[in-house]
Design a protein around this ligand. Structure first.
Ligand code: UT7
Length: 326
């Protein structure tokens, strides 16, 4: 049996740092409120000339270098993003061209913050069925362009970045052991970017109503996130016939430290088994899990044979998990 295995990781965040103290100067907020309610201290913001595919390119190059692969070795490019360069061509097509990869498939998937873990579900299935041999999967976001910098309820939360992985087939009993994806479209209104699509196309009226920005009912979203992530995490572990104590590391979506702690508590995981970098980057949506995974790998926190649980939650609503044996 062929399984998909992550053989390399890479990530990129823009240089510009916006601290909580910087935000205190533009909206009615405080460093104390943001740290206590979210765990975020600062976030990165893309430069004026940087779009999602530029961040994706930087992350992908690092992953390909770590894998000792040339772009031509890749046979499929998937990009998870809810902030694409434009409606079409897809961000994956821009990335494919920039990397100099020819004649492979390339497409985007959008499951908002769960996009990367949804992408793992898809890529893992495509490798298992031997439809593809080597897949480049990237989560990339420039959320700063769709953030209302006058709305304190959302502008303190988000940041920009990208994370990439290379997935290859293996006959060993390791790699992506299982995945779960779920959605509840009925709760879509809790977090959405309503303007600019075919429902409410770009117009002066739309811009006046600020519909080009993320709208979120934070507290309601928070409650659903805690409930669904606790459940999907526990089920994913059960699927693999292991006990939570056998997990070496939980790498969660970095949306809110209190959500991360709730999942960790439910699994009875000590702090050292939970990877957290939210203080540096805030919520980077589909880029959050692959950036965290890359940082965990490079920090030596992921070792051969380790069981690692990834999970994410976001707009849709969507949520997803993956159990890896490294
Ligand atoms: O990744 C996609 C999924 N997203 C998430 O999972 C995010 C989920 N939600 C959250 O992380 C939290 O709900 C937030 C961090 C967004 C908000 O935290 P909260 O504890 O749920 O606060 P709240 O929305 O209930 O607001 C509490 C108070 C309100 O004031 P009043 O009505 O009590 O006077 C808000 O107006 O905090 C106020 N508030 C702020 N105060 C200072 C909201 N934003 C801010 C702010 N600074 N930035």
């Amino acid at each position: 049996m062929i399984r998909a295995r992550i053989t390399a990781t890479g990530s990129y965040v823009p240089d510009t740092v916006i601290t909580n103290h910087d935000l205190e100067k533009i909206v009615d907020t405080s460093d104390q409120w943001i740290v206590e309610r979210t765990g975020i201290k600062e976030r990165r913001i893309a430069g004026a000339s940087q779009a999602s595919s530029d961040l994706a390119y930087a992350a992908a190059q690092k992953a390909l270098k770590q894998a000792h692969l040339k772009p031509k070795d890749i046979d499929l490019v998937i990009v998870a993003t809810c902030t694409p360069d434009m409606a079409f061509p897809s961000t994956a097509c821009f990335l494919q061209d920039r990397l100099g990869i020819k004649h492979t498939g390339a497409f985007d998937i959008n499951a908002a913050c769960s996009g990367f873990v949804y992408g793992l579900h898809l890529a893992s299935s495509l490798i298992r069925t031997e439809a593809h041999r080597r897949i480049l999967l990237v989560g990339t976001e420039v959320l700063s362009r769709v953030t209302d910098w006058q709305d304190r309820a959302t502008c303190v939360l988000f940041g920009d970045g990208a994370g990439a992985v290379v997935l290859e087939g293996t006959k060993e009993r390791r790699g992506i052991m299982s995945t779960r994806i779920q959605a509840d479209g009925g709760l879509g209104e809790l977090i959405m970017l309503p303007g600019g699509g075919t429902r409410t196309p770009c117009s002066k009226q739309m811009l006046l109503k600020k519909m080009q920005f993320i709208k979120m009912k934070g507290n309601e979203t928070f409650k659903v996130a805690v409930r669904t992530l606790e459940e999907i995490a526990a089920r994913t572990i059960e699927d693999n016939g292991i006990d939570p104590s056998q997990l070496s590391l939980l790498i969660p979506h970095q949306a809110n430290l209190r959500i991360i702690q709730a999942t960790a508590k439910r699994l009875n995981l000590p702090e050292e088994k939970v990877f957290v970098n939210i203080e540096k980057y805030g919520n980077t949506s589909a880029a959050s899990v692959p950036i965290a995974l890359d940082e965990a790998v490079r920090a030596g926190r992921v070792k051969d044979g380790d069981h690692i649980l990834l999970e994410a939650f976001g707009g849709g609503l969507t949520w997803a998990s993956a159990l890896l044996k490294w």
